[in-house]
Design a binder for this molecule. Structure first.
Ligand code: UD1
Length: 421
């Protein structure tokens, strides 16, 4: 009988992570010449706008979700509760052996809790059971408990059976928190699997010329800004002081801002629209006469990857973009005081600038005066094979008699090498 795995997506950063796992399952079934793994994809509907969700399914060639829970926006508690309520029935009907959750969004937390509290009826009148829970991107810690994502990470890790990590700091964090080493599997980064797989396709995107950011000789110098964290955009004073810094930067090069819906709302509520021009409505040229931040709608995966690859610098408060710029070798100025992804500071192109305008401008000046692209080396296991390592661990554990013997599918993880230092 096929091993049944159910995976959960909910919000934008989940789609590229699950895409890697979906692709690996497809490849594994093809190589096995039968459906060894039966995959069920559940979308909670936390993100529901076309440009926050549907475009990603097209770009990543993800199939339509098998089940859509349609929860939409609400307060954190209400959103989490709605997902929990709806996911419980799904789990009892679907009866997977394993549930995979990724990242740190509310959908991750909600489905993790439900998985570990739900008894599923046994298959073929077998005994009822609680499915196993696998958390992909486990162990990351910002040590800032005012971030909802940090709470989601800590709670999800604490109930997970398989903790798949992306970097050494995550292994150390989990060991320090008392997670048994045998549960920790250092497999690498599934988001980078997806980036590497789609990089050449992203080159076909026309976004640079659509935004008039290229000329015959190649891309012009431009910066990308993404900003949506409550700590940056919810307080009008903090947000407007940061906007002053971006205005300063826009005197040197266009600042292109694909704005998240929650940020757009804050701009309207706080009456901050004077800082911006609508890039499409007001025309991309001439840059100099309209020194403002250039708003565009959120982009699909391939367009954003294409834009990011050619940017002179990326300014962001996102988690995943810190990792993507590291692999692309593009300088990243992170608009937060801490990062749960320290490997991007050590091996990558990332620097922390917080929300202080002077620090942001100083970091920008350093980057823009450098002739070179950012320097980085790939962190360990960020090599395009993380999802395969995850499947190898799970399949060997649940189907030891049919253990995978396919070249390149070797899990190189040794949990006993993790130390607390
Ligand atoms: C969520 C994640 C965050 C991730 C981000 C990426 C949590 C706690 N946070 O934050 O980790 O970095 O997604 O995008 O899960 N909205 C829309 N359309 C949509 C989605 C959201 O208009 O398709 C608006 C809603 O009005 C909502 C607001 O955006 O009030 C926030 O959405 P929500 O899903 O609660 O969290 P994000 O801020 O997007």
């Amino acid at each position: 009988m096929a091993l049944k795995i159910l995976s959960v997506v909910g919000a934008r950063p989940n789609f590229m992570k699950i895409a890697a796992i979906y692709d690996a399952i497809k490849e594994f079934n093809q190589l096995s010449l039968r459906e060894e793994i039966r995959h069920v994809l559940v979308h909670t509907g936390q993100h529901y706008d076309a440009n926050m969700s549907d475009f990603f399914f097209n770009d990543l060639e993800l199939p339509k979700p098998d089940l859509f829970l349609g929860v939409g926006s609400a307060s954190h508690s209400e959103q989490t509760a709605k997902i929990m309520e709806r996911f419980e029935g799904v789990l009892q009907n679907e009866r997977p052996r394993i549930v995979i959750v990724v990242g740190d969004v509310n959908s991750t937390l909600a489905c993790a809790l439900v998985t570990k509290k739900t008894w599923c009826p046994g298959v073929d009148e077998g005994e009822s059971y609680i499915p196993s829970l696998a958390h992909v991107e486990a162990g990351l810690r910002s040590f800032d408990r005012s971030m909802p994502e940090e709470i989601n990470r800590i709670v999800t890790d604490s109930v997970s059976d398989y903790l798949f990590t992306t970097e050494e700091s995550a292994n150390r964090n989990l060991v320090r928190e008392g997670v048994p080493q045998k549960k920790i599997h250092f497999v690498g980064n599934v988001m980078i699997d997806t980036l590497l797989r789609h990089r050449s396709k992203a080159k076909e995107s026309t976004i640079l010329s659509d935004l008039q950011l290229s000329n015959g000789a190649g891309a012009k110098s431009f910066a990308i800004l993404t900003l949506h964290r409550p700590s940056n955009v919810d307080d009008k004073d903090t947000f407007s002081r940061m906007l002053e810094a971006f205005l300063e930067i826009s005197k040197c090069m266009p600042v292109i801002f694909p704005a998240h819906p929650r940020t757009l709302k804050r701009i309207q509520e706080a009456d901050l629209s004077d800082y911006f021009v609508d890039h499409f409505m007001e025309g991309p040229e001439p840059w100099d006469s309209r020194v403002r931040i250039r708003l565009i709608p959120p982009l699909g995966y391939l367009d954003f990857l294409s834009l990011m690859s050619e940017a002179k610098v990326v300014l962001t408060d996102s988690g995943g973009i810190q990792e993507e710029t590291t692999i692309l070798g593009v300088p990243c100025i992170t608009l937060r005081e801490s990062t749960e992804r320290p490997v991007t500071l050590e091996d990558g192109t990332n620097v922390l600038a917080g929300s202080d305008p002077q620090r942001i401008v100083n970091e920008f000046n350093k980057v823009s005066h450098s002739k070179m692209k950012g320097h980085s080396s790939s962190p360990r296991y960020w090599d395009g094979n993380a999802a395969k390592r995850i499947l190898k661990v799970l399949f060997d554990e649940f189907c030891p008699e049919r253990s995978i013997r396919i070249p390149h599918w070797k899990a190189e993880t040794k949990s006993n090498e993790f130390s607390q230092s």
